[in-house]
Ligand binder design. Sequence first.
Ligand SMILES: [Cu+2]
Length: 484
Amino acid sequence: MKNFKKSKMKLVYVFFAAALMAGVLSSCEKAVAAKENPESMKVYGESEAEMTAPPMVPKPVGKRAATKLIVNMEVVEKEMEMADGVTYNYWTFDGSVPGSFIRTRVGDEIEFHFKNHPDSKLPHNIDLHAVTGPGGGAESSYVAPGHQATFNFKTMNPGLYVYHCATAPVGMHIANGMYGLILVEPEGGLPPVDREYYVMQGDFYTEGEYGDRGFQAFDMNKAVDEDADYVVFNGKVGGLTGDNALHAKVGETVRLYVGNGGPNLISSFHVIGEIFDRVYAEGGTTINENIQTTLIPAGGAAIVEFKVEVPGNLVLVDHSIFRAFNKGALGILKVEGEENEKVYGGKTAEGVYNPGTVVSSESATEETDDAPVAELSMADKMERGKQVYTQNCLACHQATGGGVPNAFPPLAASDWLNADPHRAIDAVKFGLSGEIKVNGNVYNSVMPKQNISDEDVASVLTYIYNNWDNNKSEVTTEMVKSRK
Ligand SMILES: [Cu+2]
């Protein structure tokens, strides 16, 4: 028995060596390559593709074999919200911006049923970057309102791809929201993760400026100049904040499928408070590790993955940062769970820093605590208040007190402000955090405590109360002093 085993081993060894010499191995390699060639991959059965509106994605393909996959998609032109009080006539794939997420695997045979709703005003089509063929399917899918077309293609390359409308004027169709993502998973599927989300950036060009209320028409000249009024995630300001925020729990691994529809701007995609453990660069096969900001070209995509280790709000931004804070490119991923002080200890100390060159306003107010204060005249307060506002508040609350939707509440005509001056004093003196409602909108953010003297608090609040349709209250230094 023992001898037999030994001689068998020997035989295998001899065969292996012979095979090497005879070049059998290289034909083996060919066989492997042939198995992986998507063109000749057999398809098994037929099924209808699950389609999801952002930020959700369909179930992973997992280990399923290549199949004939039926995709149904409908173009709908409809008015939706661009921001609070701002509406826009979007052109959409399946009624959302971005359009439905399509999930396939390499080797699938796609039968694409493309419909244009009878209420549409214009013909549309679809160019899928995952298609190998003329126009990515654009010519075959061109349909007038109330018509449909069917076309077929095989998914040849795994990756994350953009699709968009390619009907002239192409730029205008994309600018109106006609884009989305199609994922082609590799053989065996992508590695499983705990959470997956669908995020897509786009830039919008409106006749009015950012935030101008009412219906806003598309502005072709601004689009040509690449002068965007809105740069947003998932089709609108607040597409990923408030009720639309993403969620995860400490310890989970999150995978974001991030696309950029453009039409013009490239995205410096960044998540404040995280590092991407892995980035499938440009949505392809190369994995880059430990990335802070990844570039997503217009008409391109990336898959980013990260494990969330500590609770808190992670902020998704285009790190061309004025777009985030002034044009809408800001989203929230809310992470819940246990603190982990090894990973993030938080603030461990706070105190006055005074190298001796300036008198700290804090110690100044302390020293004069009991001394009577001479109140400034109303005119002096207004002038001083304006200066204090410009230096300390303007960056967040904006020049005319309008605030920034979903980030900084307005001070103009603010019901929160007008309801109670003492509460307003506390906000400025001690800082403010947690959920508050201003003029019907919920904010859940942090305003740092403002290190300004009691006299300056009185001046700046008086200035605000006597401007921008507020209730004209006067705040005295005495009132500020009494708040402890
Ligand atoms: Cu179109």
